[in-house]
Each structure stands twice: as structure tokens, then as C-alpha cells.
Design a protein around this ligand. Structure first.
Ligand code: GLY
Ligand code: MN
Ligand code: MN
Length: 446
């Protein structure tokens, strides 16, 4: 199925900006394909998901498509896509086809995918640099190598294929790390839908339900609001399962007195959201649960305060770790001084992951977390800028252990929101579902 983009302007603008960068580096050609389809088992395929870089430059979501950008005397944006095929379309649905692709997606030229082998080698001739994604699927790499060899032959020594090959991914990653207005609008919608899904799961929760039944509430809410899929496999973890960081929703029964951790977000029009909430199965936090929960809230607040333009990427993590480590000392989970804990890393027994990541077309989105030349061994953390989108997700995970007070055993808590860096600070776009313990308890009483 090919959905028309409502507004093609942002995609055209990104192609124009990429071409401008290629011109600034002396011109050249960029070639990239969308993602391959993957078989799940006999005669059944995984739901198709296009390549994020490809989508970023095209808005085109059909499989079997290639984009060629030529930064030359005249710039050219060329799409290769599946030809119209009435018989296939009876089985698999609409195919855009080259003619309509030009009209809908504003390419300069478009051809059927079966012309790729014929046309691509000639396009490579006389180009100084070839930009391609270095980590593309093996089949795409093999095709490019073949086209380069064919171009060499066609050139007969008088015309040459590109002498230099550059990785396209870091160039696109730098563009993708700052979101434009259309991306921010789409991500707000993804965030709204996911927040509603978390609120729905909280209202539905009660002892006796299975984790998969809460997962079903999330999926129902995602789809009924038009989200195409979960952005990643949903985590619905009851009791001790919450201490398994990448636990997938399973068949464990929610027990009275358990906490439930849900980490789930939808993908809406190709953009991810990523929310975690933790709440009591019976609607009331116990004392020890509440102590660690409020500690996590305080850690998240400290991280939010440290998320602003001009601050560096690691500031929010350091702020969250400081609050969590002090809380671990106050609650008797750790002994010693704050500086001693931070120096030794003792807190990583209970908080072993980082406080956030970039968010965008991919849930763990592309973009460097450090700045400076890749050759610098000690590259400094990157400075935050308005338009960046990231998660803020501190947590605390206490497994049963002899050296840990029993009242905290099997408590796993994470609170995760999606933050847009603004001119003044950051805006949490996922607060359509509460974080405050009392507000959660009130919501669960509804
Ligand atoms: N849901 C994956 C993450 O929070 O990073
Ligand atoms: Mn996350
Ligand atoms: Mn998450």
C-alpha cells in the first residue's frame, strides 16, 4: 500500500539541503535503497517497514525503491520504483508507479525498478564522489559494486565512475538530529496517542489480569487512533519482570501488591514515541514502592532541568544519577558517601542504563552524542540545540539479594518521557499520561 504524503514540501526541502551539502563538497551522486522485505516463515512476510533514511528524503513507503540524487550542473532527484501492475495490485494493493511518483513526490525523474541495472551505471560516470550508506543490506552493496564495475567498462577509459566513496549515513544523521516543524507535529501526534494508550492500560489494570491483556489495551489504542504499529516491542512487566530491562509482554499474572512497568510507544506516520510508566496493579503504591517511585520522579525532574539548549548531552544523565545515588543511600540500598558511590559506580547495581537517547524516525534515533572529529579519542559530549528530540528515562531496579533490604526486592521502576529541546529549555510532549504518584492513583480509581 502506498499512502500519499499530505505535504511533500519537507521532503523536497531535505533533498535540496543534502544536494547543497554535496555541492559544497565538490558535487557527486548519492544512491540509496529502501529496506528489503523479510520473510517471517513460509509464504508469510514480516509487516513491511521502509528504511528511515530513504523515507526522510522521499516520503515514499513502498518496498523495492531506490533514490538517486545528482549534484551536478542541473540537480536531479530520480526515483526507481515498482511499475504499475494491475495483476499484482489485485493481490497486494496499490502501486504508485513512476509516472504518479513524479507528480505525488516531486521527483525530477522516475523509472521502473527493472530499469535500474540499465540506467544506474551511466549515472555513475563523471561523478567525483559516490555517497551511499555503508551499512546497507548486502544485496544493495553487491548491486552497487556491480554498477561501478559496469560504469568502468562503459567509460572505456575516457569517462570514469566515482574515485571516492563516502558514507551517506553520518550526513543524514546530522540532518535528522534536528527536527523540522513537520516532524515535530507528527511526533506530537505519536506522543498524544501513546500517552492515551498508557492511560487506558492504567485504567484497565487490576490484579488477576495477564501482562498480554494490558498489551492488548495499548495496541487497541494505537490502532484506533491511526498509528501504524508499535515503534518497538511493548514491555509490560509485572512484579520482578520489571527488573528485566528488555522484558517483552508475557503471560505473567498481575498480583495484588505488584508494580507494573509499561514501556510502549506507537509509530505514527513513520515517527516513534517512547513512554514508560510504572504503577501499582491494585491502584495503591505501598510505602517502599512509593519511596523509590518518588525518588525516580525527582531524578527525572533533575534531568529535565538539565535539558536545555547550551547544556551538554551528558548533563541530564549526571543530574539523574546524582539524585538516584543519594536516594539509594538515604533508603539504605547503598552505604557510604555520595562521592564514594559516584566514584566507584556502586549505584549501577540498581541503575545500569543511560538516561536517554535521540528519538525520531527510529526509536533509538541516529545522531552523534559527541562532537568533534571522529579521530579524537576524548571527544566532548554534544551541546543540545533547539529542535532536538530525546527521551528522559531514569529508573531503579532492585533484584532480590542478600545485601538489599527485603522490602525493596523485585521493585522495578522507570519513568520515561519524550522531550523537545526548545529555545528556553525543553518541553515534555508525553505528559498526556500522569507521572505524579497521587495523580496515577486517582486515574486508576476512575
Ligand atoms: N523502549 C526502548 C527504550 O526506552 O529505550
Ligand atoms: Mn527510550
Ligand atoms: Mn522506552
Amino acid at each position: 500500500m502506498s499512502l500519499p504524503c499530505t505535504d511533500i514540501t519537507p521532503f523536497v526541502d531535505r533533498r535540496r539541503r543534502l544536494l547543497a551539502q554535496m555541492h559544497a563538497a565538490g558535487g557527486g551522486i548519492a544512491v540509496l535503497s529502501t529496506a528489503p522485505q523479510a520473510e517471517r516463515n513460509h509464504d508469510a512476510e514480516y509487516p513491511y517497514r521502509h528504511d528511515s533514511d530513504f523515507y526522510y528524503l522521499t516520503g515514499f513507503i513502498e518496498p523495492e525503491a531506490w533514490l538517486v540524487l545528482v549534484a551536478g550542473t542541473t540537480d536531479r532527484a530520480i526515483l526507481f520504483c515498482r511499475a504499475k501492475n494491475p495483476e499484482h495490485e489485485i493481490w497486494e494493493g496499490f502501486r504508485c508507479g513512476p509516472d504518479e511518483a513524479i507528480a505525488r513526490y516531486a521527483f525530477d525523474e522516475a523509472y521502473a525498478i527493472d530499469q535500474l541495472d540499465t540506467l544506474l551505471p551511466a549515472l555513475l560516470l563523471d561523478q567525483s564522489v559516490l555517497y551511499r550508506p555503508f551499512a546497507a543490506a548486502g544485496s544493495a552493496q553487491r548491486k552497487l559494486r556491480r554498477w561501478l564495475a559496469q560504469a568502468e567498462q562503459q567509460g572505456r577509459g575516457r569517462r570514469q565512475p566515482p574515485a571516492h566513496i563516502q558514507d551517506l549515513r553520518p550526513v543524514l544523521a546530522e540532518m535528522r538530529v534536528i527536527k523540522d516543524a513537520s516532524e515535530i507535529a507528527t511526533m506530537r501526534q505519536a506522543a498524544r496517542i501513546s500517552a492515551g494508550a498508557h492511560a487506558r492500560a492504567m485504567r484497565a489494570a487490576r490484579p488477576g489480569l495477564h501482562e498480554y491483556q494490558l498489551e492488548a489495551e495499548l495496541l487497541y489504542e494505537f490502532r484506533r487512533h491511526g498509528a501504524q504499529a508499535p515503534a518497538y516491542p511493548s514491555i509490560v512487566a509485572a512484579g520482578a519482570n520489571a527488573c528485566v530491562l528488555h522484558y517483552a509482554a508475557g503471560d505473567t499474572v498481575l498480583r495484588d501488591g505488584d508494580l507494573v512497568l509499561i514501556d510502549a510507544g506507537c509509530e505514527y506516520d513513520s515517527y516513534a514515541s517512547d513512554i514508560t510508566r510504572t504503577f501499582p496493579a491494585n491502584g495503591r503504591f505501598t510505602g517502599p514502592q512509593r519511596a523509590l517511585y518518588d525518588l525516580t520522579v525527582a531524578a527525572q525532574q533533575a534531568a529535565v532541568q538539565a535539558t536545555a539548549p547550551g547544556r551538554c548531552w551528558n548533563d541530564s544523565h549526571e543530574a539523574a544519577v546524582r539524585v538516584l545515588a543519594q536516594g539509594m543511600l538515604d533508603e539504605g540500598l547503598l552505604q557510604g558517601s555520595l562521592d564514594g558511590v559516584l566514584d566507584s559506580g556502586a549505584h549501577t547495581q540498581f541503575y545500569m542504563h543511560r538516561t536517554g537517547h535521540w528519538l525520531g524516525l527510529d526509536v533509538h534515533d541516529v545522531g552523534d552524542y559527541r562532537q568533534g572529529a571522529p579521530s579524537d579519542a576524548e571527544r566532548p559530549w554534544r551541546t543540545l540545540e533547539a529542535g532536538m528530540m530525546l527521551t528522559i528515562e531514569p529508573g531503579i531496579y532492585v533484584r532480590a539479594a542478600d545485601d538489599v533490604p527485603e522490602s525493596f526486592w523485585n521493585i522495578g521502576i522507570r519513568i520515561e518521557d519524550d522531550a523537545l529541546v526548545t529555545a528556553e529549555g525543553c518541553e515534555l510532549i508525553t505528559r498526556g499520561v500522569p507521572v505524579d504518584a497521587k495523580e496515577i492513583e486517582a486515574l486508576m480509581r476512575e
